[in-house]
Design a protein around this ligand. Structure first.
Ligand code: DGJ
Length: 758
C-alpha cells in the first residue's frame, strides 16, 4: 500500500494490495490513466496517456492544444457542459440556472488511515497502518464549488474506496443534481458486465452480458436498494472465468436509489459510474454547506470472479460489519414466521422452544404479530406494545419461558412503517411520506414513516429503546416490507422536496447508529421482505441480512450463490423450512434443506412440534454438524465450485480456513441424471502440499446412514469417508472427488476436510 505523488509530472500512483490506480493531471483536469494489476512506480507511468487530435465534434477546452478534448480524455470525475458528451460524474445548477461548471485541480493531501464519512456507512480501519487516503481537491473558479475526491488504498485488500465531498465556498446557493461516488474510464470495451437482478423471492440472480456501443444502466427508484437490482456492477474481461482473468467490481455502500452504469463511447472507451440515482434527486447547497456522497468500493482481481468475491467478503466481513458479533459465531435460531404466521400465543411459542432446546438450537426469534392488534397484515404497524391477548404475560414473561428452555430470545420489528389502522397513524397522520392532497398509496396495507424528519426518528428511537429493554432481547430482526411512493415530506420546503429520499436514508442510518450503539449486545439482522435491502449500507449497522423470503432449498441455491458474488456467507440468513415449500410448493428432503441453510447463518423456520422422531434426529445431527463447521462458513474463504446458473443447475461451494488446514464442501445435485458421466468435483483454495483426510457430513444423501455414527463414535456428526484414504491438496484441486453416486432429485452431500500432520 502506497500513494506516490510526482508533483512536477502531476502524477498520482495509488498502490493498494495487488493493484495500481493512476491519475494524471492534464491541464488541471484529473485524467484517469490506469487501474489494474499492480505496477512498479517509476516516471514512465507519466507517458501512458495517449492524446490525439480528433475532429471538430470533440471540442477542445484548452485553446493552445487541439489534442485535449474532454470528449475523449479518460477522466476521474467528468463534467458536462465543457466538451464531454459522455455520462458526467456530477452536475450542479448554479444560482443563475446555468449548469456549466469546470472542476479543476487545486491541490491534494494524503492522510494515514481512512476518514469516517459524515452520517454515512463506509468501510473503516482499526489502525492507521491499514490504509492511506488521498484527498484530491478540485475547484470551480466561477461558482466557488469545491469538490474533494477521496481515494483510500488498503494494505490487506485489493480495493479502493472512493467518494466525493462537495462544499460550496462561493456566495450563492447551488443545487447538486447529480453526484456520483465514483467514475472510471476504461481504455477499451472488451468487457462483459455482470450484475445481480431479480424480484421478491428471486433475488440476486447473476446476469452477464457483452458491452457494446451505448449504455447499460442498472438502477433503483424504489427508495431502497431493492430486490430488483443490487447496487453492484462488475466488468469482466470477456474471457474471465470464476478463477481466472481480470475483473473490476463496483459496489455502493448505500441502501436507497442508486445507479450503476457502463457507457461505451465512439472510440470504444468505457465509462463506468456508480452513485446515488440522479432520478428524482437534488440537493441544495447553501454557502458554507457540504454534501458527502456515499462510498463506492472498487475491487480489482486477476483471479476471476472468485478472487473479486473473496476480496469483498474479507473487506466487508472485517471492515464494514461492526459490533460484538462481527467476529463472533452467530447463534443457530428458530423463527416462528413460517411455523405460525400471525396465529400464535405464548404457549405455542414455548412449545416450539421446548423442542428447540434439546436439538441444540440457541435462539428463538418471535416474528411478526406480537404487538398492537395484529392478527393479519392489515393493521398495527407503529403500535409497538405487546398484544396481551396473545402474550398475557407480555414479552418479559415470554422471554423468560424461552430462556428456561435454554434459548436466547429475539424479536421482530418493522420500525419504518405505519399501518393506517394504528394508534400511531391516528395520532400523527402527517408522519408518513406523502404528497399533500394526494392519495397515499399503500403496500401490504402500510405506509412509510417519514424518516427524513428528526422528530419521527427520535420517536422511533425512544419507542424501540423501550421495547428492546422490556426483556433480555439478544437479537432483533429489522424488517421493511414495501417501497416508497409519493416521496415527499410534510415539513420540507418545496425546493428541498427532491432531497427527501436521501434524507430518509440519512435519518435511518442515524437511527440505526443510535440503537446499535445503545444495544451493543444485540445481534441485529436486517430484512426487507427477505433480500430487498441486502446491501453494504445496511451491513454497516447490522452484520447479517435475511437473504430471501424464498426458503425453498433449490431456489436458495441460486439466491445464495448470486448473493455470494459480493457478500460473505456470514451476512446471509438461511433457514430450513417446511415442505411443501410455502413459496414454490416444492418438496425436498430435510437433508438438502439443512445442507443449503448450513452455507449461511443457520436456522429453522418451521413448527418443530410437528417433527417426527426421525426428523428430530436428523435436525440434531444438522445442528451438531453446523456447530463444527460454523466458524469455517462464517469466517473462512468461500470458493464457488459449480454454478446453479450453468448446465444442469448442480451447485457446489466450499469454505476454507485462513491457514488452509480445514475446509467444508457442499455439493447439490438438482436433478437425477440417467446413465450420466462420472462427475468429479475439483476443489479450490486448499494447500497443494498438505494432505487431507475427508469426512462425510452426517446429513446429506450420501450419509443418511451416518446418522448412526453420531451415536456410535460418541460425538462427531461427521464420519470418515473414502475408507479413511488420505488425499493430497494438489490431487483434490487437479483431479477432484467423485460425486456422481447420489440418488434421486434434489440430493446433496457435504464433506469436511482436515489437514493431517505428516
Ligand atoms: C417479511 C419477512 O421477510 C419475513 O421473514 C417475515 O418476517 C414477514 N415479513 C413478517 O411480516
Amino acid at each position: 500500500m502506497n500513494i506516490h505523488v510526482n508533483e512536477a509530472l502531476g502524477l498520482f500512483h495509488l498502490q493498494s494490495k495487488d493493484c495500481s490506480y493512476i491519475i494524471q493531471l492534464v491541464e488541471g483536469y484529473p485524467a484517469h490513466v490506469y487501474w489494474g494489476a499492480q505496477l512498479h512506480h517509476d516516471q514512465s507511468l507519466a507517458s501512458i496517456l495517449e492524446l490525439r487530435e480528433r475532429c471538430s465534434f470533440s471540442p477542445t477546452p484548452v485553446s493552445s492544444s487541439r489534442t485535449i478534448s474532454l470528449d475523449t480524455l479518460p477522466q476521474e470525475y467528468p463534467q458536462y457542459g465543457t466538451s464531454d458528451f459522455r455520462q458526467p460524474a456530477y452536475q450542479v445548477a448554479l444560482a443563475d440556472g446555468t449548469r456549466t461548471t469546470e472542476l479543476k485541480y487545486s491541490g491534494y493531501r494524503i492522510e494515514p488511515g481512512k476518514p469516517k464519512l459524515d452520517g454515512l456507512p463506509s468501510v473503516y480501519t482499526e489502525s492507521d497502518d491499514e490504509a492511506t487516503t488521498l484527498f484530491l481537491i478540485l475547484e470551480d473558479q466561477y461558482s466557488g464549488l469545491k469538490t474533494t475526491l477521496l481515494y483510500t488504498v488498503f494494505a490487506n485488500h485489493s480495493a479502493i474506496a472512493r467518494s466525493a465531498l462537495f462544499e460550496q465556498k462561493g456566495s450563492a446557493t447551488i443545487n447538486i443534481e447529480h453526484a456520483m461516488s465514483a467514475s472510471v474510464d476504461f481504455a477499451d470495451s472488451n468487457y462483459q458486465a455482470l450484475y445481480l437482478s431479480g424480484a421478491w423471492v428471486r433475488e440476486r440472480h447473476i446476469q452477464r452480458r457483452d458491452l457494446g456501443p451505448g449504455s447499460i444502466r442498472l438502477e433503483s427508484r424504489r427508495g431502497s436498494s431493492s430486490h430488483q437490482m443490487n447496487p453492484f456492477l462488475a466488468l469482466l474481461r470477456s474471457d474471465a472465468t470464476e478463477d481466472r482473468g481480470d475483473v473490476y467490481g463496483f459496489s455502493l455502500i448505500y441502501s436507497s436509489n442508486f445507479v450503476a452504469q457502463a457507457e461505451v463511447e465512439q472510440f470504444n472507451q468505457t465509462r463506468v459510474s456508480i452513485g446515488i440515482n440522479p432520478f428524482d434527486f437534488s440537493w441544495r447547497l447553501e454557502p458554507g454547506q457540504s454534501f458527502q456522497t456515499p462510498e463506492a468500493v472498487l475491487v480489482f482481481s486477476e483471479e476471476g470472479l472468485g478472487g473479486m468475491s473473496r476480496t469483498y467478503h474479507r473487506l466487508y466481513r472485517t471492515r464494514l460489519c461492526r459490533g460484538a458479533y462481527r467476529d463472533k459465531e452467530r447463534p443457530i435460531l428458530v423463527n416462528n414466521w413460517e411455523a405460525t404466521y400471525f396465529d400464535f400465543d405464548a404457549d405455542k411459542i414455548e412449545a416450539i422452544a421446548k423442542e428447540a432446546g434439546p436439538l441444540g438450537i440457541e435462539l428463538f426469534v418471535l416474528d411478526d404479530g406480537w404487538f398492537g392488534k395484529r392478527d393479519n397484515d392489515d393493521s398495527s404497524l407503529g403500535d409497538w406494545f405487546e398484544d396481551r391477548r396473545k402474550l398475557p404475560g407480555g414479552l418479559a414473561d415470554l422471554a423468560k419461558r424461552v430462556n428456561e428452555q435454554g434459548l436466547q430470545f429475539g424479536l421482530w420489528v418493522e420500525p419504518e412503517m405505519v399501518s393506517p389502522d394504528s394508534e400511531l397513524y391516528r395520532s400523527h397522520p402527517d408522519w408518513c411520506l406523502h404528497a399533500e392532497g394526494r392519495r397515499r398509496t399503500e403496500g401490504r396495507s402500510q405506509l412509510v414513516l417519514d424518516l427524513s424528519r428528526k422528530e419521527v426518528c427520535d420517536y422511533l428511537y425512544e419507542t424501540l429503546s423501550s421495547v428492546f429493554s422490556i426483556a433480555p432481547i439478544t437479537y432483533v430482526k429489522w424488517d421493511m416490507n414495501r417501497n416508497m411512493t409519493e416521496i415527499a415530506s410534510a415539513t420540507a420546503p418545496s425546493e428541498r422536496q427532491k432531497e427527501t429520499a436521501h434524507r430518509y436514508m440519512l435519518g435511518l442510518y442515524d437511527l440505526m447508529e443510535r440503537l446499535t450503539s445503545q444495544f451493543p449486545d444485540i445481534l441485529f439482522e436486517s430484512c426487507s421482505g427477505g433480500g430487498g435491502r441486502f446491501d453494504p449500507g445496511m451491513l454497516y449497522y447490522m452484520p447479517q441480512t435475511w437473504t430471501s423470503d424464498d426458503t425453498d432449498a433449490i431456489e436458495r441455491l441460486a439466491i445464495q450463490y448470486g448473493t455470494s458474488i459480493v457478500y460473505p456467507a456470514s451476512t446471509m440468513g438461511a433457514h430450513v423450512s417446511n415442505v411443501p415449500n410455502h413459496q414454490v410448493g416444492r418438496i425436498t428432503s430435510l437433508a438438502i434443506r439443512g445442507d443449503v441453510a448450513m452455507s449461511g447463518n443457520f436456522g429453522y423456520e418451521l413448527d418443530l412440534t410437528a417433527f417426527t422422531n426421525e426428523e428430530k434426529e436428523l435436525a440434531a445431527n444438522q445442528i451438531a454438524q453446523y456447530k463444527e463447521i460454523r466458524s469455517l462458513v462464517q469466517q473462512g474463504d468461500m470458493y464457488r465450485l459449480l454454478s446453479p446458473f450453468e448446465g444442469r443447475g448442480d451447485t457446489a461451494w466450499m469454505f476454507v480456513s485462513e491457514d488452509q488446514s480445514e475446509a467444508f464442501v457442499a455439493y447439490f445435485r438438482v436433478l437425477a441424471e440417467p446413465n450420466g458421466p462420472i462427475r468429479r468435483l475439483t476443489l479450490k483454495g486448499l494447500d497443494p502440499d498438505k494432505k487431507y483426510i475427508i469426512e462425510h457430513g452426517a446429513t446429506g444423501n450420501t450419509a443418511v446412514h451416518a446418522g448412526n455414527t453420531l451415536v456410535e463414535d460418541g460425538g462427531s456428526p461427521f464420519c470418515v469417508a473414502f475408507d479413511g484414504e488420505i488425499f493430497g491438496g494438489d490431487r483434490l484441486m487437479k483431479i477432484g472427488l467423485v460425486v456422481s453416486d447420489l440418488s434421486g432429485d434434489f440430493a446433496s452431500s457435504t464433506f469436511r476436510l482436515k489437514a493431517i500432520s505428516n
